[in-house]
Ligand binder design. Structure first.
Ligand code: AMP
Ligand code: MG
Length: 341
């Protein structure tokens, strides 16, 4: 299929392109679009066929549920069995924005969209193009990240084209994503837990839900037979083909660690870590600026295979705020392999 490329930089001037994309969504076709976190691969969340097409286009296992995107709070009640009181406070603080909440689903949500679960994950994005596209489509929009399953999430339209050109109806290009890592996912079914860290941090959520904590699967490799809280935790994620090993230590320790290595290797580190360029290297932001790391992480991971080395050592150091989300993604890219210096 030929993938339509629709550049949208101005909601008024490019309104016809948005209408075109919204119509495609309504009809059950797939459209990649920008959000403030990463690009999403949108389909009409109410049509089982659209959900099936999303799994097929991404090569995603069909038991890994899709996040349903809405553009206003009024769209929520029909999608869920009940609206828990905490939602109002959470929404007031963090919606629109990079927070996804898992709730009991209503019969409106087909089991294809929810990956066979009786819950549904809901988010209201803040990116103006995403909001306007959902609003104009008139339907809730199921949208996982717009990458091939397993590879790093897309943070610009070029990444979507690379992975999905010819496989979907259209790509809306709204420029680079601001945050760079996917939304925080939390569940309100049972004890409140964070299933995936993101820009809305645990500390921020505790201002509304004082007892919320991380699910054990967030920073630990669960045994294969473990019952996971979020199906996405089971699957290998964000991974280049090249072996990635995390190395925890100071800049000095990291330099010394690399000096001692015989075999060919590459490095993924912070700006200024290796000014002598002792090996092929990529950087992902500044050491004490986790937002810059989140913004650059996936683009850097997409370039790792291009270093053409058998192993890449990725430096990690203390994780503050959104740095926890960066570390969670790196752990998965490295298959949980980490060396502490
Ligand atoms: P992605 O679509 O790539 O942003 O990934 C969405 C993440 O949200 C995956 O890890 C899913 O497993 C998780 N998720 C979506 N819906 C649910 C749900 N109903 N319960 C638990 N986790 C969910
Ligand atoms: Mg994804």
């Amino acid at each position: 299929m030929e993938t339509l490329y629709l550049k949208v930089r101005d909601l008024k001037q490019d309104g016809e392109r948005l209408d075109r994309a919204a119509q495609l969504l309504r009809e059950g076709q797939l459209v990649a679009f920008p959000t403030e976190t990463v690009y999403g691969l949108g389909g009409n969340a109410l049509l089982p066929g659209a959900a099936k097409a999303i799994y097929a286009a991404k090569g995603r296992p069909s038991d890994n549920p899709l996040i349903v995107h809405i553009s206003s709070l009024q769209e929520l009640p029909p999608l869920v069995r009940e609206v828990p009181p905490a939602i109002h406070q959470l929404a007031q603080r963090f919606w629109p924005g990079p927070m996804t909440v898992v709730l009991s689903k209503s019969d409106w949500i087909p089991s294809e969209t929810s990956g066979g679960l009786d819950t549904v994950a809901i988010r209201m994005p803040s990116h103006p193009v995403a909001q306007e596209l959902i609003r104009r489509s008139g339907v809730p929009v199921a949208a996982p990240s717009a990458n091939l399953s397993g590879s790093p999430s897309p943070t610009c339209a070029e990444h979507c084209l690379h992975d999905l050109d010819g496989r979907i109806a259209a790509i809306v290009d709204g420029g680079a994503c601001q945050v760079g890592v996917e939304s925080t996912v939390l569940t309100l079914c049972g004890e409140p837990r964070v299933l995936r860290p993101g820009a809305v941090t645990l500390e921020m959520l505790r201002q509304v839900l004082p007892d919320i904590r991380y699910d054990p699967g967030v920073f630990h490799h669960l045994p294969d037979q473990a019952k996971v809280a979020s199906p996405g935790m089971k699957y290998k994620h964000y991974a280049p083909h090249t072996r990635v090993v995390l190395v925890r230590g100071s800049r000095e320790q990291f330099r010394r660690f690399l000096q001692g290595r015989q075999e060919p290797f590459g490095a993924l580190c912070f700006e200024g870590d290796l000014p002598q360029e002792p090996c092929p290297l990529l950087t992902y932001g500044r050491e004490h600026d986790p937002s810059s790391q989140a913004h650059q992480l996936f683009d850097a991971l997409r370039r790792v295979d291009g270093l053409r080395v058998p192993v890449v050592y990725a430096r990690v150091s203390g994780e503050e705020g959104i740095g926890q989300a960066v570390y969670n993604r790196l752990l998965r890219a490295a298959g949980f392999e980490e060396i502490a210096l």
